[in-house]
Design a binder for this molecule. Structure first.
Ligand SMILES: Nc1nc2c(c(=O)[nH]1)N[C@H]1C(S)=C(S)[C@@H](COP(=O)(O)O)O[C@H]1N2
Ligand SMILES: [Mo]
Length: 232
């Protein structure tokens, strides 16, 4: 398969139907986790009495997890497009992205594979500033992220439109490394980390919901770590 064919297949997910074939050992082990409901303690902490959600353990490392493709996007080819039910459809190149207000946030990562990492320093364009720029229509309820590796994930509008949610391009003051989703990844601290799309290229604001890769493969549609919303 040449690159054009690969991208044609990866982007086929656009209409909410076909996702690519990503079979590899890590994807298979995560699919098995969903089948066996691994990591559920049966003791959720919906009031967030503890900083560490149930079933999680702390790490100082930052593991790399994805479907196995790590796309390389040169900055002069990087582009972010925003579509769906919005007043202003957007196509930003790298310079335009950087011209938008830069926000910083410090947050914890909680991965459904049971590691958590505290106090990550992120910098980028905040979701709230992006929303001001695109002006979603009042009927919008869902936000779908599309990534360069064919990955897709979905959140509810009110989960996206929160303080601390970023389109991040820096972590700990440095450019986000390619394996962690640079040039730009989403960061949604309140949800399991599979909702934080790496290598984001396209965001769609919708009235209806559309499941992404893991949501369609046994993972919870919502993904709140304190409620143990690991599996659907
Ligand atoms: N584009 C893309 N984003 C993705 C994924 C992916 O496969 N592709 N995996 C998700 C999952 S399951 C996790 S746990 C985090 C991992 O991010 P990290 O590799 O920076 O730790 O990215 C999320 N975002
Ligand atoms: Mo994950």
């Amino acid at each position: 398969m040449n690159n054009d064919e690969r991208y044609a297949r990866l982007f086929a997910g656009e209409d909410g139907s076909v996702l690519g074939d990503f079979s590899n050992p890590i994807v298979e082990s995560k699919t098995k986790r969903a089948e066996t409901k691994q990591g559920l303690t049966g003791a959720p902490d919906p009031e967030r009495k503890r900083r560490l959600p149930p079933g999680q353990r702390l790490t100082k490392e930052w593991p790399v997890l994805d479907l196995g493709q790590k796309p390389l996007i040169p900055l002069d080819q990087w582009e972010l497009t925003i579509a769906g039910a919005v007043e202003n459809k957007i196509r930003w190149d790298w310079a335009t992205f950087l011209e938008h207000g830069q926000s910083k946030s410090i947050s914890d990562i909680h991965c459904v594979t049971q590691w958590s990492r505290y106090d990550n320093h992120w910098q980028g364009v905040s979701a709230l500033d992006l929303i001001k720029a695109v002006k979603p229509k009042p009927e919008v309820r869902h936000v779908i992220f599309h990534s360069h590796d064919g990955y897709r994930t979905n959140v509810r509008m009110e989960q996206f439109a929160r303080d601390g949610v970023l389109l991040a391009h820096k972590w700990e003051g440095e450019d986000i490394p390619r394996e962690h989703g640079g040039p730009v990844r989403i960061v949604i601290p309140e949800l399991y980390f599979w909702k934080s799309a790496k290598w984001v290229r396209h965001i769609v604001f919708l009235e209806h919901d559309a499941k992404g890769y893991w949501e369609a493969s046994g993972y919870h549609n919502n993904g709140d770590p304190w409620k143990e919303e690991r599996y659907g």
